[in-house]
Design a protein around this ligand. Structure first.
Ligand SMILES: C[S@@+](CC[C@H](N)C(=O)[O-])C[C@H]1O[C@@H](n2cnc3c(N)ncnc32)[C@H](O)[C@@H]1O
Ligand code: SF4
Length: 410
């Protein structure tokens, strides 16, 4: 869309098409802050070592130029949640976060009581800022603890130690009404007993929300080049059983593959992704998904922070943008919706994709026959069975577009 004004580009997305989306879903805002003190050896997120200096003011200017260019795509819509993710957003000063949120509020109407999450790492100087982040308007802190074991933290290349992790969680608990702890499991050399200790440590803080991720070795990371010795599949599966049992015993419900929450503390922002809602993503490498009456648009911003800042300040933050094709929409919807323990209402499929339910019928029947999904009594809600949840990627793969189908129906 280079060369077009933002308003003209937006008008193009309103032209007729073959999808029929009756209503627009909830809209969320994701803001990517792309720096970290040091790159972790397992991480493939768009994060860059700060080398002591984050160009905070210029990046905030770029974010606002980015948002302003995107506004015509979301005219008249309210934002239900904001997620400031990274990278390590807590490297930004509280004044910077205050300015960011004020600048967002000046341009986009936030729903009253909107959830505003900020990802934080457990360094000492960051902990001292938690209350100031709260005063700036952040309502929910997500702390990347990973483990409470010093030896393990070293093995996975974290810059913080266990004492800092404890201090950070204690401070988050004191300063915020709701917060999340990120843990990882199936870590190098980890035993069930070691995981048990990590869970004990995390649960001692009675966290309203816990995310526990299976460590994955991603391509192009240090761990991919020099793989550590990891627990085998059987041990990893026993670990997941241990996690499920321990967290259920303290009243945290597994509502998504990796997410556990007490009643009223589910992450509204992430739920919106899994329910195939809309989100505008601003910042280096940020992804977005926006619905129009006849199409679903995906956008990606320039990935390198320097290139992103330069282009965003010229009104060209988007590096790639495309319509999701009719044949890919069922898979994209199911990839998200099947992550939820409670599944989804069938009516939501047509509402979010603009496709008739018949587009889903054949793979749905296969999944049901294989015992991977089930319906509620009324037959209107589809959810993964416990078996389907354990073999989620096999289940999701049933909804991949047929390989033989041509590109003519895009
Ligand atoms: C976007 S990261 C940012 C959080 C923060 N920078 C941190 O690392 O503390 C969010 C979470 O993803 C998880 N994560 C990152 N890389 C992972 C990997 N390779 N496998 C599993 N989980 C991963 C970690 O638990 C991390 O806290
Ligand atoms: S601190 Fe978080 S985002 Fe940064 S490199 Fe480590 S895992 Fe990735």
């Amino acid at each position: 869309m280079a060369g077009l004004s933002a308003a003209d580009a937006a008008a193009i997305h309103l032209r007729p098409g073959t999808l029929q989306l009756g209503t627009q879903p909830q809209l969320a805002l994701y803001v990517h802050l792309a720096w970290c003190l040091k790159k972790c050896p397992y991480c493939d997120f768009n994060s860059h070592e700060s080398k002591g200096k984050v160009p905070e003011a210029r990046y905030l200017d770029a974010l606002m130029a980015d948002l302003e260019s995107a506004l015509p795509l979301v005219w008249g819509r309210r934002v239900s949640s904001v997620f400031i993710g990274g990278g390590t957003p807590s490297l930004f000063s509280p004044q910077g976060i205050d300015r960011l949120l004020a600048d967002i509020r000046a341009r986009l109407p936030l729903e009253p009581g909107a959830e505003i999450t900020l990802e934080a790492n457990p360094g000492t100087f960051e902990r001292e800022r938690f209350r100031a982040f709260r005063s700036a308007g952040v309502t929910r802190l997500s702390i990347g603890v990973q483990s409470f074991d010093d030896a393990m933290l070293q093995r996975i290349g974290r810059v913080h130690d266990a004492a800092q992790a404890h201090a950070a969680v204690a401070e988050a608990r004191a300063a915020f009404d709701t917060f999340n702890i990120d843990l990882m499991y199936a870590l190098p050399g980890q035993t069930l007993a070691a995981l048990q200790q990590d869970l004990d440590a995390a649960l001692a803080y009675a966290p309203p929300h816990l995310s526990v991720y299976h460590l994955t070795v991603e391509p192009n990371t240090v761990f991919a080049v020099r793989p550590p010795v990891l627990p085998d599949e059987d041990l990893a599966s026993d670990m997941l059983d241990l996690i499920s049992a321990r967290v259920a015993a303290v009243g945290l419900q597994r509502y998504e593959v990796s997410a556990y929450a007490r009643a009223g503390h589910r992450c509204r922002h992430n739920l919106n992704y899994w329910q195939f809602g809309d989100y505008l993503g601003i910042g280096a490498g940020a992804h977005g998904k926006l619905s129009f009456p006849h199409r679903v648009l995906r956008q990606v911003r320039w990935r390198e922070p320097a290139a992103y800042m330069k282009c965003a300040l010229q009104g060209q933050a988007v590096s790639n943008e495309y319509e999701v094709s009719r044949r890919e929409l069922p898979f994209e919807f199911m990839l998200n919706a099947l992550r939820l323990r409670e599944g989804f209402e069938l009516a939501r499929f047509a509402e979010r994709t603009g496709l008739p339910l018949s587009a889903l019928q054949a793979p749905l029947a296969v999944a049901e026959a294989r015992g991977l999904i089930e319906r509620d009594d009324a037959g209107t809600v589809v959810r993964p069975t416990p078996h389907g949840f354990n073999f989620l990627s096999d289940l999701q793969a049933l909804f991949l577009p047929p390989a033989a189908a041509g590109a003519q129906d895009r």
